[in-house]
Write a protein that binds this ligand. Structure first.
Ligand code: ADP
Ligand code: MG
Length: 241
């Protein structure tokens, strides 16, 4: 008898059919790719479409201030504004790092910018909307974040990853995290890896820029045996195959 795996849809148009219905509930998937390849668009779509379909979410932003993220969602016509503060919260972990004024109720300050402070902010944001989905975009800065260990305050990446992974698992939320490259240390806590890529493809008259998505790893799921092509449109990511 095969086990029935509980899944949650990505709401990336055309992708869920290739994932036997979606991501394994409660799992963590790493989205990797170079700048501009669509990681943030992917994550925004996952959170906003999820919230519109009864699955509230938390977006932890470490690079882009919440205002910028909300603006991007508007250009993509995702409808984030209607959900913001109701079924979506943004944890601002970006402005502190950029030296800007904090934005929103869940902004990290210099006193709270430790792994424990971040987890506390995430818990508050999660409780505020009853989140079942979470995005950490990008996860890389967390690898050098301070955490208190028995040996005192340190920034042992393995320790940070283990604690973050433990928290995510206990929370039961289905997580997407982004990084430019695959990061071996994240292997402990990620059950899936999706690669995004832009490639120059010579056409008949011009060189075209095409976007590709590869499911590199997805535990408990039969991965598509081909590279999928996609476009970023005024309505977000659409797989074109
Ligand atoms: N409203 C939009 N319409 C069409 N394409 C868009 C729109 N917004 C962003 N994009 C495309 O998405 C790209 C940025 O993707 P993004 O997710 O921010 O990349 P990453 O997070 O991987 O660095 C832009 O370079 C642009 O090509
Ligand atoms: Mg980004």
């Amino acid at each position: 008898m095969s086990i029935k795996v509980k899944r949650t849809r990505t709401f990336i148009s055309g992708l869920d059919g290739f994932l036997q219905g979606g991501l394994v509930k409660g799992s963590t998937t790493l989205i990797v790719g170079s700048p501009g390849c669509g990681k943030t668009v992917f994550c925004l779509q996952y959170i906003v479409r999820g919230a519109q379909n009864g699955q509230p979410g938390v977006y932890v932003s470490l690079e882009e201030p919440p205002d910028q993220l909300r603006f991007e969602a508007q250009t993509l016509n995702l409808g984030l504004e209607a959900q913001f503060g109701k079924t979506i919260e943004i944890v601002d972990a970006a402005t502190l790092r950029l030296g800007l004024s904090p934005q929103g109720r869940f902004a990290l300050s210099s006193e709270r910018f430790t792994l424990e402070g971040l987890i506390e902010a995430i818990q508050q944001a999660r409780d505020s909307v009853g989140a079942t989905r979470i995005v950490i975009d990008p996860v890389t800065p967390l690898l050098t974040l301070e955490t208190s260990t028995e040996k005192g305050v340190g920034s042992v990446a393995e320790e940070v990853v283990a604690r973050l992974g433990g928290f995510l698992q206990r929370s039961g939320m289905t997580c997407l995290m982004t990084a430019r490259e695959e990061e071996a240390r994240l292997g402990y806590i990620t059950q899936g890896i999706i690669g995004l890529e832009q490639r120059e493809v010579p056409g008949r008259e011009i060189v075209e820029l095409k976007r590709y998505l590869t499911v590199r790893k997805m535990r408990g799921t039969q991965c598509p045996e081909k590279i999928l092509q996609f476009r970023i449109t005024g309505n977000g990511i659409v797989l074109t195959e």
